[in-house]
Design a protein around this ligand. Sequence first.
Ligand SMILES: [Zn+2]
Length: 414
Amino acid sequence: MATRAAVHQLGAAVLRRLLSTPAAFDRVIACPCGGHARFHQIRPKQLLTALGTVTIQRPYYLCPECHEGSCPRDAELGVESTEYSPGVRRMMTTVGSESSFQHGREELELLAGLSVTTKAVERQAEAIGEDIVHRERARSTGALQLELPDVLGPPVPVMYIEMDGTQIPMVRAELEGRAGRTEGQPARTREVKLGCVFTQVASDDKGRPVRDPGSTTYTGAIETADEFGRRIYTEAWERGWSRARKKVILADGAEWIWNIAGQHFPGAVQVVDIYHARQHLWDLARALCSGNEKAPQQWMKRHQPKLDGGEIEKLVRYLRSLRPSSAELLNRIRLEADYFDRNAERMRYPDFRRQHLFVGSGVIEAACKTVIGSRLKQSGMFWTARGANAIIALRCSRLSGKFEDYWESRSRAA
Ligand SMILES: [Zn+2]
């Protein structure tokens, strides 16, 4: 550690010389107002870099016409209106996207020997996250015009889109006027809509589908279904949706998801996650056989094969033929019969299996935990929509392997 500190000090000295003003520099520069700014004096600026604090010297210009002052060197170095070098900002963003801002601050200190405040980690991570949010918005506005250029590349055999919703805890001020999920209870959470796109290259020797390793990208936000529809459409398009020979949408039964599927992805094969469908059947089995422990299992043994066999009409007919004594139970059965009826075409599991397609939405369910839950649902965490969306954008970018590209394009712009 002592050696590292010494090397850092040495490095910082080298860096200070590298970054400071060259011996020769312009005495007069163009001012954005159209006038000419004149060199006024050399001014110091303190920067926190990966090698510690460095004070650089750079020329400061004043414009006699508009009286604005500027240091063009700051823009060249990417340190305009910040006291952190791009490298340190990137580190702060990375740790802030991984864990709590407090923990991120500790990691920076421990691993990089950098002392920053928790608030600074939060500000940087959110600023970069919001920048990603703005870029995404600009892209999906372009996508909305539906005149997207085809994404060039080799054809994709099978491409999947999975979507799901997951709740995160919000600060109270963000929930005013919102009804809770349980009747009569105040709202405590809001829904993050999350989607992922991945490809399938092959099936294994038992004919089961295999996901393309590293092909999964994620996108999500707290937003309306309309906004999310445009988001996932843009993502799929950029992944080469138009080149996919077979297109599949996989999800649970949530209505907003199938609306998006119908609106933005017509012609795709729609599949209801088989485990969700079975869960519906299990819940019904327990309601029908309440008081008898073994009966639900026997009921399932008789009726699950209809579901697994894709004989949904048969299942619906059976459910509708039931005449329980309680009106409540009758209503429940009707709702479930409607659910299966409405989703019948999305439950032709033997058909999907013959085509070697996935029938479970495990990828998006895992993503709800790894992308959202592990960072945004820690105990004692409460979010604003804006803060959460910034961190979600950051995490999606990183977990989709897009963060390097983002950083590259940022430094090119600077
Ligand atoms: Zn000026």
